[in-house]
Design a protein around this ligand. Sequence first.
Ligand SMILES: Cc1cc2nc3c(=O)[nH]c(=O)nc-3n(C[C@H](O)[C@H](O)[C@H](O)COP(=O)(O)O)c2cc1C
Length: 201
Amino acid sequence: MEIYSLEYKYFYLIFVLTNNKKNLNMKHIIAFAGSNSSTSINKQLAAYAASLVSGVEVTVLDLNDFKLPLYGMDLELSDGIPDNAQKFLDIVKSTDGIVLSLAEHNGAYATVFKNLFDWMSRIDGKLWNDKPMLLMATSPGARGGATVLEIAQGRFGYMGGNIVGSFSLPSFDDNFSDGKITNEELNNQLLEEVEQFTESL
Ligand SMILES: Cc1cc2nc3c(=O)[nH]c(=O)nc-3n(C[C@H](O)[C@H](O)[C@H](O)COP(=O)(O)O)c2cc1C
């Protein structure tokens, strides 16, 4: 009995050590939406796309956990840059890849995302730090947030962005259910982009 328990302890120690080593070597990606909606369809899409990336650890972030005051030059001068902008930037810097799905509000970024983007840009103009990015957008409409996607594709390159894949999911309610894309053709399109993203990590 004593021998068994010693063997068991030894086995457990080896398991913990090898598992920790594996985690240290494993790539880590973040997934988040440019939205603060508690039912965000973009967060659902980002989480799904990240789940398709094999052999990585995924952290799904929520912008509600990084609340920020509305950017203003006067506020920056009087109070400095809020901690949450630095915290989010630190997370970006420490990850191996980014899966981001942008909500489209009136043909542009949702305010919560633009606000975070603006605050972070005051710390580091190249805020995306060359991290491989899978950039997406979805909306209930037929254009699937294509306008905000184009805006980000045109801009992020100047801000340290390294977009290695992009995807727009149109008509979210018709094409996404139970945490995944139900339209096979669209799902295959996403899989191709995910493959490119995975190879770039
Ligand atoms: C203020 C506002 C403006 C919107 N403008 C657009 C738009 O320009 N294009 C579009 O496709 N959807 C638009 N929508 C609908 C959003 O795509 C929809 O609310 C979507 O769920 C937002 O993504 P989220 O759920 O990830 O926040 C708008 C919604 C709001 C509240």
